[in-house]
Ligand binder design. Structure first.
Ligand SMILES: Cc1cc2nc3c(=O)[nH]c(=O)nc-3n(C[C@H](O)[C@H](O)[C@H](O)COP(=O)(O)OP(=O)(O)OC[C@H]3O[C@@H](n4cnc5c(N)ncnc54)[C@H](O)[C@@H]3O)c2cc1C
Length: 472
């Protein structure tokens, strides 16, 4: 084991906590974690509103790709978990279509169903024959006109906040179900739902406290004296290897592991070239608004088992709504209550009226019949995060290839959702493991597979064998 010397960690989200946990496990005590906010969790924190409803920062579920992450979750919360069958749906034209859309075309009106099927058949018979130039071309070439126009294009434009022509294709991995024509035809012929796709069919959720309960528990297992909340790094002097904090202190490091959004890190770094600063300006992201709606009254029967619903249509501002009270009864302040959590993207290309976003979402859900007229709105919670999604924009990999190695030459490992800016490895499991693996790299024990080999990691190479996965 190599001695990494003094390690400073910026950010107490999953990445920073993964790094700190690994340093502790290695018996290396020369580290300090600095977090700008007053509590751990970052984007994976949870919040309780004044009416007593618990909210996450958008729909967070665990999709673990790592046996070691599963073990970390077990250590964090013991058996205080609830297990759920994934029920994800698409809301279109007043109907519910199970996800994935293309496998459940029988739920559409006959003319739309036939148009989608025809497009899929045509796409399968005329493969592109070269790599797609951008995500939009990939959608059209893989799914054909019907599925593209009804669901994939409008939905992706809503969630990313940019046209699919501005996105690359390398990030997709196992996230998008490839069309299986035989299966699609069978579902159309039988009229039966076919929703059994994906690595995340069953998932666990903390019994109490929302997703943030995990990260509070992970932080609580670390030595309190090495965690500092409410201090922001405001300058990183690369030649000096020091960090200046919002409280005036200056701290020295041998290695810095940071999950600060990369363009902000470059903004506070001293000693980088003008080319690096220019490269960082090319990074593209989107903000997310989360609207929590706490309701008293009867939950509609149609929402009784649904986990989350995708909304591709322009009639609603949100791209996804989670029936958050279905994840745990403790998310609501008492019996006879239920809750919905909507997510809205904001980008320069897709601006929103911030002051109206909560009421607009509620109105759209009411118009859609998902919030019944008889329900009483007890809480309307609005939360905004400037950094919501690290956009997989065209040209991203060149920017990252210029910035990340440059920072490493200065003993700075920029990791995690916005530290490394790789959407395909930016969930909680990936972020936690990016922190763990960054430390292992410093200890001379590994080569950071999550950062360097996302497809391999996402293929399940480091996952627990299915038979030993908790909850089946
Ligand atoms: C809408 C939405 C839905 C999501 N859904 C899922 C899901 O279903 N499943 C899943 O696994 N993941 C999901 N995620 C992703 C999950 O939130 C991230 O994987 C995770 O939070 C990233 O961890 P991180 O530590 O890299 O970054 P963050 O969580 O962003 O943490 C970074 C921390 O750094 C701190 N910081 C920033 N600047 C400074 C500074 N200058 N000085 C000190 N501290 C600083 C911040 O305050 C923050 O606490 C979702 C995220 C969003 C936004």
């Amino acid at each position: 084991m190599r001695d990494p010397g003094r390690v400073l960690i910026l950010g107490a989200g999953p990445t920073g906590l993964g790094a700190a946990s690994r340093l502790e496990a290695a018996g290396h005590s020369d580290w300090l974690l600095l977090e700008a906010r007053d509590a751990p969790g970052g984007l994976a924190a949870s919040h309780v509103d004044p009416a007593g409803y618990t909210w996450d920062v958008g729909g967070h579920v665990q999709f673990s790709h790592y046996a070691r992450y599963d073990a970390a979750l077990d250590r964090a919360l013991g058996d205080a978990w609830l297990w759920h069958e994934r029920e994800s749906w698409i809301r279109l034209d007043g109907r519910f279509v199970p996800y994935p859309f293309q496998n459940n075309l029988h739920r559409l009106a006959p003319a739309e169903r036939d148009r989608c099927l025809e497009g899929l058949e045509r796409a399968a018979s005329r493969p592109l024959g070269r790599p797609p130039a951008h995500f939009g071309e990939w959608i059209d070439a893989t799914f054909g006109a019907g599925v593209a126009e009804l669901f994939l294009r409008p939905y992706n434009e809503k969630v990313w906040g940019y046209p699919p022509e501005r996105l690359g294709v390398g990030w997709m991995g196992d996230r998008v179900a490839p069309p299986d024509l035989q299966r699609i035809r069978a579902s159309v012929a039988s009229g039966r739902d076919d929703a059994g796709w994906g690595p995340n069919r069953r998932f666990r959720f903390p019994l109490r406290g929302g997703t943030g309960a995990i990260w509070r528990a992970v932080a609580a297992a670390l030595p309190r004296e090495r965690l500092r909340y409410g201090v922001r790094a405001i300058e990183v002097d690369l030649p000096d290897r020091t960090v200046r904090l919002s409280n005036g202190e200056r701290l020295r490091y041998d290695w810095l592991i940071t999950s600060v959004p990369l363009e902000r890190l470059v903004g506070i770094a001293r000693g980088l070239s003008a080319a690096s600063v220019r490269a960082a300006r090319r990074l593209v992201s989107s903000a997310v608004h989360v609207v929590g709606i706490g309701l008293e009254g009867e939950r509609p029967e149609t929402l009784a088992r649904k986990c989350w619903i995708y909304f591709p249509e322009p009639s609603s501002p949100h791209f996804r709504v989670t029936v958050f009270s279905n994840y745990s009864p403790h998310h609501v302040p008492g019996p006879g209550r239920w809750s919905l959590m909507a997510e809205v993207t904001e980008t320069p290309y897709r601006p929103v009226r911030r002051e109206r976003i909560a009421s607009d979402s509620l109105a759209a859900l009411a118009a859609d019949g998902l919030v019944p007229a008889a329900a009483r709105v007890e809480s309307l919670w609005h939360h905004h995060e400037e950094h919501g999604y690290p956009t997989p924009f065209l040209g991203r990999d060149e920017v990252l290839a210029a910035l990340l190695p440059t920072l490493e030459r200065h003993c700075v490992l920029s990791r995690g959702r916005f530290g490394a800016w790789k959407y395909e490895v930016s969930n909680q499991d990936h972020s936690y493991m990016q922190g763990v693996e960054a430390v292992e790299r410093l200890l001379g024990e590994g080569e950071e597979p999550t950062l360097n080999r996302p497809d391999w990691v996402n293929s399940g190479a480091l996952a627990a064998p299915p038979a030993t996965r908790h909850g089946g």
